[in-house]
Design a protein around this ligand. Structure first.
Ligand code: HSE
Length: 440
C-alpha cells in the first residue's frame, strides 16, 4: 500500500452496485477508518459515459473520468471492478494487477473465464484479488467457505445462487404469476444481469459454483465444467405437481464428491427440495449456500443474493479487508486460488445417485400404468410415490402420471426414460427433475 495514512480506491463502473459502494464509503467513512486503522477514500471512478456519472449525484463529479490509466497512478491502492462484462473488465483488471494494485471484483463471469490467470498475475505483481461479491451477493460465502470452514474436508456444496431465478420461481409458485411477469419484475428490481439469459439459463449460477467449488475442493473449476440447465424450459405443470408432493422447485447449483472422494459431480439444474427443509425455505431474491463438511456437518449460509445494498456490502467488506492488510497476506500465503490447483476430476452425471421426479403423459387405457412400473423396475428403479389425476376433459386420451423414485443412478433413470418414451402408452418426452435430499 502507498502512504500510511489513507487507502486510495479507484472504481471501474458506477451502476447499481457502484453507486452503493460509493454511498457506503462516504456514509461510513469514520466507522471504516476505525475498523481498518486508516481512512479508505474513493479517489477515482472510471466509466464509459462520464456525463451520466457526473450528473448522477452519487459522487463528486471531479472523480469521474474515462481514462483507465488513472487507476494505475500512485494514489490508488485498490481497484474495485463493478462494471461487469468479461473482455473489457479483463483488460482493465489485468492492467491494474500489473501495476501492483489490489483488485476487488463482483464479476463472476470474469472469474469463471479468466480467474486462474488473474490470480497468477496478482501473485506475480505482489497484489491480491478479492471476490466475495462474485457469489451470493451479500452472503459472506467466499469468506465463510475459505476461512471459516478451512478445517473441513468439504463433501458437498448445494447452492441457491441466482436471485433472479429464485425470485421468478417464488413468484410463480406462491403468487401464480407468469414467468414473463416475474422476470420483468426481477429486472425492474435490479436483480437480473444486463443479459437475463445468463440468469435463467443457469449460466450465472454455474459461474458462481465454479468459483465456490474451486475454493471448497482445492481444484480448478471453470464455468464450462458445470453441466447446466436453467429454468427457462420449466413447465408450470411440474411445479404444481411437485407442490402437491410437498416440494418446492429451486435452481440448485451442486458440487458433490464422488463416492470414492476423488471426483466431482458439478451441475446447475432445477431440483425439487422438500418445502420444509432449509433450502426449501429460501424465497424471493435470497440466496443460500449449504456446505457439507466432514467436521462441521451441514452449515447453511443464507441471505440476500443480489441487488445494490447486499452486493455493495460484500464489495466494501473486501475493500476493508484489503485496506486492513490481512487479505493480501492471506492471499499471498495460502494455496486457495485455482491458479495453484489441478483441474477438477469431473465425473459423468450418469453416475450421480439421487432421487428423481418423473412425469409421463400416459394413454388412459387398461394396463398402461403397469407397463410403466414394470419398465422402471426392469432398470432397477424403485418407486417412492405415484400420482395420477383423473382426466380434465372426458375426451382426453392422455393423463399425466407422476412418480418419484428412491435413490437410483441417473444413468439408469435416463435409460428407463428413453425406453418409456418409445412405448405406445406414452406421449412426448418424459420430464425428469432431480429430488434433492442432501444439503438441507
Ligand atoms: N443476476 C444475479 C442474480 C445478480 O440474480 O443472482 C447477483 O450475482
Amino acid at each position: 500500500m502507498s502512504g500510511a495514512d489513507a487507502v486510495g480506491v479507484g472504481m471501474i463502473g458506477l451502476g447499481t452496485v457502484g453507486g452503493g459502494v460509493a454511498q457506503l464509503l462516504r456514509e461510513h467513512a469514520e466507522l471504516y477508518a476505525k475498523r481498518c486503522g486508516r481512512r479508505v477514500e474513493l479517489r477515482a471512478v472510471v466509466v464509459r459515459n462520464t456525463e451520466k456519472a457526473r450528473s448522477s449525484g452519487l459522487i463528486d463529479a471531479a472523480l469521474v473520468g474515462n481514462d483507465s490509466t488513472r487507476l494505475q497512478q500512485d494514489d490508488i491502492d485498490v481497484v474495485v471492478e463493478v462494471a461487469g462484462g468479461v473482455d473489457s473488465a479483463y483488460a482493465l483488471v489485468a492492467d491494474a494487477l500489473r501495476a501492483g494494485k489490489h483488485v476487488v471484483t463482483a464479476n463472476k463471469a470474469l472469474l469463471a473465464a479468466h480467474g486462474p490467470e488473474l490470480f497468477g498475475l496478482a501473485r506475480e505483481h505482489g497484489a491480491s484479488v478479492a471476490f466475495e461479491a462474485s457469489c451470493g451477493g451479500g452472503i459472506p460465502c467466499v469468506t465463510g467457505l475459505t476461512f471459516g470452514l478451512m478445517s473441513n474436508a468439504v463433501r458437498g456444496l448445494y447452492g441457491i445462487l441466482n436471485g433472479t431465478c429464485n425470485y421468478i420461481l417464488t413468484e410463480m409458485t406462491q403468487k401464480g404469476r407468469t414467468y414473463a411477469e416475474a422476470l420483468a419484475d426481477a429486472k425492474a428490481k435490479g436483480y437480473a444481469e444486463a443479459d437475463e439469459t445468463l440468469d435463467v439459463s443457469g449460466a450465472d449460477a454455474a459461474q458462481k459454483l465454479a468459483v465456490l467449488a474451486s475454493l471448497a475442493f482445492g481444484v480448478s473449476v471453470v464455468g464450462d465444467d458445470v453441466s447446466c440447465e436453467g429454468i427457462d424450459n420449466l413447465d408450470l405443470a411440474d411445479v404444481r405437481f411437485g407442490a402437491e408432493l410437498g416440494y418446492d422447485i429451486k435452481l440448485i447449483a451442486a458440487a458433490e464428491c464422488s463416492a470414492e472422494g476423488d471426483g466431482l459431480f458439478l451441475s446447475t439444474r432445477p431440483c425439487f427440495v422438500s418445502a420444509d427443509t432449509q433450502l426449501g425455505q429460501v424465497h424471493g431474491a435470497d440466496n443460500a449456500l449449504s456446505v457439507v463438511g466432514d467436521a462441521v456437518g451441514h452449515v447453511m449460509l443464507y441471505g440476500p443474493g443480489a441487488g445494490r445494498g447486499p452486493t455493495a456490502s460484500a464489495v466494501v467488506s473486501d475493500v476493508l479487508n484489503v485496506a486492513a492488510g490481512w487479505y493480501p497476506q492471506a492471499f499471498a500465503a495460502m494455496g486457495l486460488t485455482p491458479d495453484l490447483h489441478a483441474p477438477a476430476d469431473k465425473r459423468d452425471s450418469a453416475d450421480t445417485v439421487s432421487r428423481f421426479y418423473l412425469r409421463l403423459e400416459v394413454k388412459d387405457v387398461p394396463g398402461n400404468f403397469g407397463r410403466i412400473t414394470t419398465t422402471l423396475g426392469e432398470h432397477g428403479i424403485s418407486l417412492s410415490a405415484v400420482m395420477q389425476h383423473e382426466r380434465k376433459h372426458a375426451g382426453d386420451a392422455f393423463v399425466p402420471v407422476v412418480v418419484t423414485t428412491h435413490a437410483c443412478r441417473q444413468g439408469d433413470l435416463r435409460a428407463a426414460s428413453a425406453e418409456l418414451k418409445r412405448l405406445d402408452a406414452v406421449a412426448g418426452t418424459p420430464v425428469v427433475i432431480r429430488v434433492l435430499d442432501a444439503g438441507g
